[in-house]
Design a protein around this ligand. Sequence first.
Ligand SMILES: [Zn+2]
Length: 404
Amino acid sequence: MQPKPAQHVRVATRGTTRDINRRIALNLIRTNQPISRADLARLMGTRRGAISLLVNELIRDRAIFEGATGDAKRGRKPTFLYIDSRQRCVVAVDIRPTRTFVMVTDLVGRQLASVTSFPTERHPARFIAGLTKRVKSILAEHKDLGRCRGVGVVVPGMVESETGRVLLAPNLGWSNLQLRDPIAAALGVPVQIENSGKACALAQLWAAGGANVPRDFVYVTVSDGLGVGIVLGGELVRGHHNIAGEFGHVPLNIDGPRCGCGATGCWEAYVSNLATLSRYFGRDLRKGPVASDVASLTVEDLIARARGGDGRALAALLSTARYLGLGLGSVVNAIDPSQVYIGGEITTAWDLIEATVRAGLAERALTSSAGATPITIVPSEQYPRLRGAAALVAASSFAKGLVA
Ligand SMILES: [Zn+2]
């Protein structure tokens, strides 16, 4: 068997050797910083002299900088390489059917300013106009964050990322919508768009960065809808029509509740936040209109009620947990990942629901070992969807092999 290249960096098939080496070096510096030139040469499997030319070029381009750590007690202080994320920022946008969230990060995905949000306007042109106005004002307020390198947008729906089109976002009522180009034209910076589940999976792949990244995993994001991103062999699976991973619209029961996609009984229609709240109130909130006190209750509020002793709230959460586990059984049977990540508001109740989710998975998984597939929660405080959006822009500066 051929040994894997260092850090699982796949040799790119496009671009010049110089570009590929730049991306590989940048990614190794990002995941290992601070790192010495000698260690970088070792990780890249080349001589130190050969690295110098590349490192000097990256320093000249202000992609990295060299600084002392001050650890050495005597003699010449060793210098280390760092990614230069100063004076450059990325704007991350998470579009949800109810609200849209915006966060500014640096080039390695660290949050630089507080997250802001606004109600999501369903009319596409008005949405785009409102979003670009807000992004402009955020950047104008934060001149200290430096130049914006790009905007990453995650969408609750199917996306053709190469053309920037939203193919179908059932919960927004958007189909065949060119979303990327008008935002890019209004802001004058590159824009990347991606499906929320896929973006979260990419961010997971990118954040882990080094040798410990699982090669085969599934990321499930549960919020207003349910998105799934699949990574197999270290690559995001998009499918022939960009709809791979839409487990949210695989039915648990064809006679089940109506889903936003128009079909009945989809997994999403059982586990979305609205499904959980509908169960709590004993009526289908998708059918609206609803009283303001009902409409304003969030899943976080429901979890607080469950913790406060509200038995109905706990029962609603546990039903969702069971459906979540049963659906995960289908995902595991179809994909057989080594690891499942789950993000979304409901994960803040993980201590209450974990046993039920795992039991549902074990019940449906075809073998006992598949039923024991590890599940890791990605905390909401880490803003996984916004980090996914940031990674769409930030990660493209780094090794192409790690991010499709
Ligand atoms: Zn559906």
